[in-house]
Design a protein around this ligand. Sequence first.
Ligand SMILES: CC(C)(COP(=O)(O)OP(=O)(O)OC[C@H]1O[C@@H](n2cnc3c(N)ncnc32)[C@H](O)[C@@H]1OP(=O)(O)O)[C@@H](O)C(=O)NCCC(=O)NCCS
Length: 158
Amino acid sequence: MSTMVKPSLQHRLMTEHDLPGVMEIENRAYPVPWTIGIMRDCLRIGYHCWAYEQNGGLVGYAIMSMAMDVGEAHILNLCVRPESQGAGIGRRMLEHMLELVRDSGCHLILLEARPSNPAAIRLYRSTGFEQIGRRKAYYPLPDGREDALVFALDISSA
Ligand SMILES: CC(C)(COP(=O)(O)OP(=O)(O)OC[C@H]1O[C@@H](n2cnc3c(N)ncnc32)[C@H](O)[C@@H]1OP(=O)(O)O)[C@@H](O)C(=O)NCCC(=O)NCCS
């Protein structure tokens, strides 16, 4: 009988030096990726930008803003490199985001997902997120625009 040992997932704050690796993943993971300028702005503004590594290599990243005055966190980007998807990394990254939000004192987490993204939708629903709305034509597509489903999780009841 063989035993599968999952490589451990390390997290650390993202820095400017990570951006080439982040962009290499971003460009392959999304139909309309963020630009490096958007990533840089997220770092400069002081959003919570985290890098996730396995065996010393970047496998994913997550970016979140927190509005402490209203107690709301907003997950803006959660991304696992295509080769590593479906292995539980996205769920562990999301759990890390939830831990950060709990520790911060925020009570609500918001995020958007494309209706055409079943992996993300299943991940969020199975974590307790509920759909609270729909933003019309929110995401650009190579040939048009796509709505966003808006999800929320009340962390005080999670
Ligand atoms: C969405 C994403 C972050 C999920 O991360 P992941 O590491 O692939 O997902 P996990 O292996 O942790 O799986 C978590 C859950 O997602 C769902 N899921 C994952 N892959 C799926 C697939 N191909 N189809 C349907 N559901 C899927 C399942 O509910 C799964 O839970 P389960 O394994 O207990 O059934 C990842 O696929 C990704 O980075 N996609 C590209 C970028 C993106 O779309 N980000 C989200 C923006 S809203």
